[in-house]
Design a protein around this ligand. Sequence first.
Ligand SMILES: *[C@@H]1O[C@H](CO)[C@@H](O)[C@H](O)[C@H]1NC(C)=O
Ligand SMILES: *[C@@H]1O[C@H](CO)[C@@H](O)[C@H](O)[C@H]1NC(C)=O
Ligand SMILES: *[C@@H]1O[C@H](CO)[C@@H](O)[C@H](O)[C@H]1NC(C)=O
Ligand SMILES: *[C@@H]1O[C@H](CO)[C@@H](O)[C@H](O)[C@H]1NC(C)=O
Length: 434
Amino acid sequence: MASSSPVILSVLVLFIFSLSSSSAQTSFRPKALILPVTKDPSSLQYTTVLNQRTPLVPASVVFDLGGRDLWVDCDRGYVSSTYQSPRCNSAVCTRAGSTSCGQCFSPPRPGCSNNTCGATPDNTVTGTATSGELALDVVSIQSTDGSNPGPVVKIPNLIFVCGSTFLLNGLAKGTVGMAGMGRHNIGLPSQFAAAFSFNRKFAVCLTSGRGVAFFGNGPYVFLPGIPISGLQTTPLLISPVSTASAFSQGEKSSEYFIGVTAIKIVENTVPINPRLLKINSTGFGGTKISTVNPYTVMESSIYKAFTSEFVRQAAARNITRVASVKPFGACFSTQNIGVTRVGYAVPEIQLVLHSKDVVWRIFGANSMVSVRDDVICLGFVDGGVNARTSVVIGGFQLEDNLVEFDLASNRFGFSSTLLGRRTNCANFNFTSTA
Ligand SMILES: *[C@@H]1O[C@H](CO)[C@@H](O)[C@H](O)[C@H]1NC(C)=O
Ligand SMILES: *[C@@H]1O[C@H](CO)[C@@H](O)[C@H](O)[C@H]1NC(C)=O
Ligand SMILES: *[C@@H]1O[C@H](CO)[C@@H](O)[C@H](O)[C@H]1NC(C)=O
Ligand SMILES: *[C@@H]1O[C@H](CO)[C@@H](O)[C@H](O)[C@H]1NC(C)=O
């Protein structure tokens, strides 16, 4: 009896020690998290890196602003001792909106489990979805104070979807899936907020190189010590019908829509059929924001009216039009064009939002794409006559603008170009202070 007590004591000490060390680890509650977001120059997609699995693997994935969830290829190279598949009808399946229950007739491995709920991983670049299974694994991510990365924190059971290798076709080289930032319970912004009880809010600052995404609370500080605040805001709108490649009936879109009510070039309003700017009950029309479209896409009639007004005003400024370079429809010689802090001095484009005072101004740096030394093109493309969404604001127009999505209050905030504030989205200081 007496000889066993030291053993009990040491077990007890060990137990207390491990309790206190684990609580010390979790007692750091981040106020915000960050991810790097890097543009892939060949596909023009934006990618991020999530450290996932045990042992941790840096998984490069396409940053998909409107994507419903995180999905990764589990067919090839997914090795993890902490992989779990939630049981059918469990709370995780309900939270993910999954009602199906799957069997897999191959040896068990990540992506092939029995009695787990099904999901449909979606390649939103190519518009291809397949069937996959819902899964849980650990993800480790950097916290931030808004100025620098801080301590790394862990989310032990991040919900994601297991996809297949063929689904990677069309994605940036080296990526193994897509990180969905859309409005959904299992979208990454909602899961990050739930894991650390911070605001269901995130901000994205894309650039032609490495930009940044913040999750949770601000501030958003860029070198040389410039906090980005005073954003203009407009309501985020919800499209009643999912825009995913596969979805269940009644599912709303996880993408972010805003209410553009008019498009102006300098002071002239582009003539647009107002019906096209509204989202109708079958989910057609309206304006959304997308990081999988490299350039803003406009329904044909809008594109034609917009381009001809821009060309007219460029001509009035003695800007010389030259032959078009695909995929663009209006290109110009740089010869007579001045350069300003906010890019080439071309006619200013304005997206008028819910009120005439709330205007997203687009200057040369976000409207003109350099295609050759002496040629720049209006960086907007024709989406065809049957476009589902009339205006899709794409990556190039977002670069060096900070945009904020507040899911709790349904508001979209935007800074307009940071070049006007003497910084840019590549200026986040990624040197860790942890
Ligand atoms: C699932 O169950 C079926 C039938 O019982 C079995 O043949 C199969 O090997 C199982 N699959 C896995 C991944 O455990
Ligand atoms: C919504 O717009 C689309 C495209 O214009 C049209 O085909 C559809 O009938 C409209 N739906 C309703 C309910 O008006
Ligand atoms: C454009 O060129 C014409 C002819 O050279 C000149 O008269 C006019 O002032 C110029 N306009 C602008 C806006 O530079
Ligand atoms: C970036 O942050 C680190 C850590 O706080 C600091 O030492 C460094 O000076 C910062 N870089 C610049 C360019 O300010």
